[in-house]
Design a binder for this molecule. Structure first.
Ligand SMILES: [Zn+2]
Length: 75
């Protein structure tokens, strides 16, 4: 199982968990491959909902990161 990093034209909002901007979009090269956004912050490494392509994964990720949460840690 080899993970592949993808690109999307959709800008990613910061991680809803750590507020970090170190994010990448990744897919597994399998027949049932799914795409998800992952946080690269050490100790966080949150991953977003699975989408069918990079754009969908980015949209799903952004839905979980409302603007009013930017820069705030979840309680
Ligand atoms: Zn994070």
């Amino acid at each position: 199982m080899v993970a592949k990093v993808l690109e999307s034209d959709i800008g990613l909002k910061p991680c809803p968990f750590c507020g970090g901007f170190e994010l990448h979009i990744e897919t597994d090269s399998e027949p049932t491959s799914t795409v998800q956004v992952e946080c690269d912050t050490p100790g966080c490494e949150a991953s977003g909902p699975h989408g069918k392509d990079a754009d969908e994964a980015a949209r799903l990720w952004n839905r979980r990161a409302p603007a009013d949460r930017i820069g705030k840690r979840p309680l």
